[in-house]
Structures are given as C-alpha cells and as structure tokens.
Design a binder for this molecule. Structure first.
Ligand code: ZN
Length: 79
C-alpha cells in the first residue's frame, strides 16, 4: 500500500486559492524537520505537503490532507 494520507481531495484542491492574494497555489513538499518533529507521531525523514504561493512567498501546510489556509500559520519561503 502506497496511498498517501496527504492527498487533498480533488474537488477541494480545485477551489483552493491563496487567502492573501486569491491567486492559485502550487503543490509542494518541504522536508518535515520542525513541524513533523513537534508532532512527535511521525517517523524521521518524512516530508510534509504544503501549498505554496509564489506571489506571496508563503507556503500553507497540509495536515492530514486538509490544507490550512491561514496566513498566520504559513511558512515564509523568501527568507
Ligand atoms: Zn498569495
């Protein structure tokens, strides 16, 4: 079995927009260092799925297939 729990429902993925600029976001992955370690449940070496907005330079986390579209929780990608 190789089904990812991070998969976003296609209908949901199709309507997701960046909450800040209302632009489209792209699928991306980020090495799960701090976030995954803090959760404590994941094994090391996992990567986290995120939705990235290159306009705002923000990456929104996806938790258990649910995108967290909050600017306050987004990771900055331009630093
Ligand atoms: Zn944006």
């Amino acid at each position: 079995m190789n089904q990812s729990q991070q998969t976003i429902e296609p209908w949901l993925r199709g309507i997701i927009r960046c909450p800040q600029c209302k632009g489209e976001v792209i699928d991306a992955t980020h090495a799960g260092d701090d976030a995954a370690a803090a959760a404590g449940a994941s094994s090391a070496g996992t990567s986290v799925t995120e939705l990235r907005c290159d306009t705002c330079h923000l990456a929104y986390p996806v938790e258990n297939g649910v995108p967290v579209l909050l600017v306050d929780l987004a990771r900055r990608t331009d630093s």
